[in-house]
Design a protein around this ligand. Structure first.
Ligand SMILES: Cc1ncc(COP(=O)(O)O)c(C=O)c1O
Length: 409
């Protein structure tokens, strides 16, 4: 029997969600998967996750956690051993002195960022976001009804300076969202500049949410730096968003954390208690054990870093050799942002068209820069093996050169 008097109106998506853009990085991943399903040999240079497996010793700890019966709810802010292990790991590694209570376990870095922004911002507040930015930052700010104010950084080769921040702070500025090493540029802000930026913000009572999910993926001479190592007077204004996703190749486990002072942490914990409660209990246990095993976890990180380093050493000169393309030196993470504005013409009007060309003509997937606030650029990820990278870049190079030749004719 067909139900009567039932409306067939479409689902009334909320205004909050309607104004969100679908994640361009996830969209690129979906395009690659669809092509693969159709049997094409796809070269995916869009991946935003390590191409390594989670180390076995962490998997073993997860199993140990299960065997110990860690299958129940944990406190909202996480297992005590998780909070303590993060605080101890940072203390050993960076000489920090924050308390375990300042750590909250989250479902990935993404929830850490959401918690921090939602616990602070009100409608009408302004959040400063340096360009290019990770796609999710402006969406979170929009979601809470605050306003995004972008800072252009091209003139400083995409490295944010304290001067730029100072010039951007206005009466309604409440938050600055930082990301170093940066996705999509790979640029790294030096420890000295980072201190200056945070000092400038603290003086104006502007809070700083610093996304450190690529913390350890830094190529010397650039230096690894965490804002958690700053003095307590400055830390009052800082929330660090950390993640196990990239550091330990654990993207699917969904675990991250925040480090913030007591009051900000309490507000975030209250929020999280009504959303996800906490990340998976035995995953928290596995991560706590992993970081307690400091030496082994650093070995794991260094193995990945060395592999990324080899790829980067090949990739950057190869991209810089493409006539008409430009690429600033990525000092961290595993991305290169390529300036393709020199190839735009009547047919290829935006970088999205160039990404499309790579896809259709060569089955090479890259991510359009527009979603990162970098229209005219494409992001290439080197979280893929060197052979794949070489094949993909050769195809891209041929296509770009053909575009130039065609334009010249
Ligand atoms: C800059 C940045 N922040 C945060 C995240 C979120 O990571 P996760 O939620 O997996 O920890 C990502 C993932 O790509 C990222 O690139």
């Amino acid at each position: 029997m067909t139900p009567q008097n039932i409306s067939t109106e479409p689902f009334p998506v909320s205004r909050n969600v309607k104004k969100m853009q679908a994640s361009s990085t996830l969209k690129a991943a979906q395009v690659a998967a669809d092509l693969r399903d159709k049997g094409f040999d796809v070269i995916d240079l869009s991946v935003g996750e390590p191409d390594f497996q989670t180390p076995d010793f962490i998997k073993d700890f997860a199993w140990e956690g299960l065997q110990k019966g860690l299958t129940k709810y944990t406190p909202t802010s996480g297992l005590k051993t998780f909070q303590e292990s993060i605080a101890e790991f940072y203390a050993e590694e960076f000489n920090t002195n924050f308390s375990p209570k300042e750590v909250i376990a989250t479902c990935g870095g993404k929830q850490a960022l959401f918690n921090a922004a939602c616990a602070l911002l009100n409608p009408g507040d302004e959040a400063l976001i340096p360009k290019p930015y990770w796609v999710t930052f402006p969406e979170i700010v929009n979601f809470v009804g605050a306003k995004n104010v972008f800072i252009e950084t091209e003139e400083t080769d995409f490295i944010l300076t304290a001067e730029q921040v100072k010039n951007s702070i206005a009466p309604k500025t409440k938050l600055l969202i930082l990301n170093s090493p940066n996705n999509p540029t790979g640029r790294v802000i030096s420890p000295e500049e980072m201190r200056r930026i945070i000092q400038v913000c603290a003086e104006k009572e502007v809070y700083v949410l610093t996304d450190e999910c690529y913390l350890f993926f830094v190529y010397p001479p650039a230096e690894v730096f965490t804002s958690a190592s700053l003095p307590a007077e400055l830390r009052k204004y800082i929330c660090v968003a950390g993640s196990f996703s990239k550091t330990y190749a654990m993207t699917g486990w969904r675990i991250g954390y925040t480090i913030a002072d007591d009051e900000w942490s309490r507000a975030m914990s209250k929020l999280q208690s009504h959303s996800t409660s906490h990340p998976t209990s035995f995953v928290q246990y596995a991560c706590a054990c992993a970081v307690q095993n400091h030496k082994k976890s650093k070995e794991t990180i260094n193995l990945m870093l060395s592999e990324y380093g080899k790829r980067r050493a090949w990739l950057i000169p190869a991209l810089q050799e493409i006539e008409g393309a430009k690429c600033v030196n990525p000092e961290g993470a595993f991305y290169a942002l390529v300036d393709v504005r020199g190839f735009l013409n009547a047919e290829l009007k935006a970088s999205a068209d160039i990404a499309d060309l790579f896809l259709k003509e060569a089955h090479v997937v890259v991510t359009d820069g527009a979603g990162f606030g970098a229209d005219g650029f494409v992001r290439i990820s080197y979280a893929t093996d060197l052979e794949n990278l070489k094949k993909g870049v050769a195809k891209i190079k041929n296509l770009l050169q053909a575009t130039k030749t065609k334009t010249a004719i």
